[in-house]
Design a protein around this ligand. Structure first.
Ligand SMILES: *[C@@H]1O[C@H](CO)[C@@H](O)[C@H](O)[C@H]1NC(C)=O
Ligand SMILES: *[C@@H]1O[C@H](CO)[C@@H](O)[C@H](O)[C@H]1NC(C)=O
Ligand SMILES: *[C@@H]1O[C@H](CO)[C@@H](O)[C@H](O)[C@H]1NC(C)=O
Ligand SMILES: *[C@@H]1O[C@H](CO)[C@@H](O)[C@H](O)[C@H]1NC(C)=O
Length: 380
């Protein structure tokens, strides 16, 4: 069974690679500039926006801004925050080459409750939407990224559709009135369009997303982690022989529900997830574990994984079934993506004719190693 699947996944990689090599003559994907996005965690210490190598990216997302939970507007009334936002956009606009900037609203720490309340009511949606446009223009952003993690039920999904549709109307009106290019409107979304691993069955409003978002960042990671400390897992598996919890399934679901491929951006993690093995002799993907760690919440950035490998002379294993890599040292286990797995994933995404990729987060790379590889592989 495993061997058969392995052969099958090889066939898929090869197809993806061949599709890539014939891209130059493919008119469909030639119409669009690839999107190479990266999130910038604004709380990062000693990592100013000027450190970003802008040759490797087209768009940088400022993470995160949160609106006030009573007025539903952004109140950037703290002078230091205002300066940080202006510094972010002006620094990245002045870089050679310049990159476009968006601010991302919400994030995992914000959670779902605020968005659920805001989206449920036309007047709070309007307050939020108008304020987002004002803030974007005031601070010089090129767009706004919605990071609602996650709509919890079908009512939330319906309200999300209203929000996206109303947001688009306001943005087009503002662009018409000011003669400026319309703001980019993106969203970070769950790995799958219509399969949720917890909570009630629900599906994203794919028509509204297709019509009223410039593109979506599909979060193709966090498939396994501290919420299941009993077994190791490939947190960003391209394939999973045993389940639908994989990037290939997730991207396929977005295509199946009809979101145009030119609006789909594949997510890539610049971090790994760690476990403590029950028995170091059994260290495959899915091996029994007793806890997570090292790293806070069982997370290490790619740069920290490189150091872990060096410091512990870790054994590095490629798992061909999932297209992931893991390192083991004693009972410590970390699963992650490196240049090899990212190479396969980029080939796969280009084979699917998606629009590009994004990383969470810019601070995780080691000497731009993965960002560089990805960028080289996706130049027109
Ligand atoms: C709004 O935010 C404040 C301050 O963080 C918090 O104390 C309050 O509980 C929040 N209200 C709601 C309705 O979430
Ligand atoms: C942004 O802030 C940094 C660090 O405080 C400073 O060196 C730089 O000159 C600022 N850049 C702009 C464009 O304001
Ligand atoms: C937004 O999407 C809806 C479908 O949900 C569509 O009817 C509407 O025309 C779109 N709005 C704009 C401004 O494109
Ligand atoms: C995977 O998803 C498909 C539908 O997209 C479904 O038919 C199948 O049962 C799912 N498989 C598993 C293991 O959940």
């Amino acid at each position: 069974m495993a061997a058969a699947f392995r052969a099958c996944s090889y066939a898929v990689f090869l197809t993806a690679f061949f599709a890539t090599s014939s891209m130059a003559s493919d008119h469909y994907s030639y119409d669009y500039q690839p999107i190479k996005g990266v999130y910038y965690p604004s709380w990062a210490q000693d990592f100013g926006p000027s450190s970003i190598n802008t040759k490797l990216f087209t768009h940088v997302y400022y993470a995160f801004l949160s609106p006030n939970n009573v007025t539903f507007k952004f109140h950037v009334d703290d002078q230091a925050q205002a300066l940080q936002l202006l510094n972010f956009t002006s620094t990245l606009r002045a870089k050679k080459p310049p990159v476009k900037t968006l601010f991302s609203v919400g994030g995992a720490a914000e959670g779902a409750a605020f968005f659920s309340r805001m989206a449920a009511d036309p007047s709070s949606r309007a307050a939020f939407v108008h304020s987002s446009v004002e803030v974007a223009r005031k601070f010089g952003f090129d767009g706004v990224d919605l990071d609602w993690e996650f709509p919890q039920d079908s009512t939330d999904m319906q309200n999300l559709a209203y929000l996206l549709d109303e947001w688009r109307v306001v943005v087009e009106k503002e662009a018409g009135a000011t003669g400026r290019p319309p703001l980019l409107l993106t969203a970070a979304v769950y790995y799958s369009a219509d399969t949720f691993l917890s909570g009630p069955a629900r599906a994203y409003p794919s028509v509204s997303i297709s019509k009223n978002r410039t593109w979506i960042n599909v979060m193709n990671y966090d498939y396994h982690g501290k919420w299941d400390p009993t077994a190791t897992g490939a947190q960003a598996a391209l394939f999973d022989p045993k389940s639908n919890v994989s990037t290939s399934y997730g991207l396929g679901s977005w295509i199946r529900v009809g979101v145009p491929r030119s609006k789909l951006i594949m997510g890539l993690p610049l971090y790994g997830r760690t476990w403590q093995l029950k028995d170091p002799r059994f260290h495959g993907v899915g091996a029994p574990a007793v806890d997570v760690g090292p790293g806070p919440d069982g997370v290490l950035t790619y740069a920290e994984v490189v150091k872990f490998n060096r410091d512990h002379k870790a054994k590095v294993v490629y798992d061909l079934d999932t297209v992931s890599v893991y390192s083991v040292a004693g009972t410590s286990w970390v699963g992650y993506d490196d240049t090899t797995t990212v190479t396969v994933k980029i080939g796969y995404a280009r084979g699917l004719k998606l629009r590009g990729y994004f990383f969470w987060a810019v601070t995780g790379d080691y000497k731009w190693r993965i960002s560089k590889r990805a960028s080289q592989l996706w130049s027109i």
